[in-house]
Design a protein. Sequence first.
Length: 95
Amino acid sequence: MDQASRQDSLVTAARLANREMRLRARLAPGIDEARWMILLDIYLAMDEGRETPFMSAAHASNVAVSTAQRYVHDMITDGLIVQHKSGADQRVSHV
């Protein structure tokens, strides 16, 4: 790939990232990057017919586990996600 093609690719990527950030701000105002990653992880799992264990959702955020757990709890409290017990193991919570 020559220099001009590489530059065009970077500009295209920057435009797509900018568009995605603006769309995300309209769809979910006030949701930061870590919380957005958690929501995306849960949404994609739902689309695939999978439940998301609480800790898996927390790890999706790429922040410290204690911070991620607080984010998940906050989103449960705010009604953005719902927590329920696993049918197979009542000690495990899914969101």
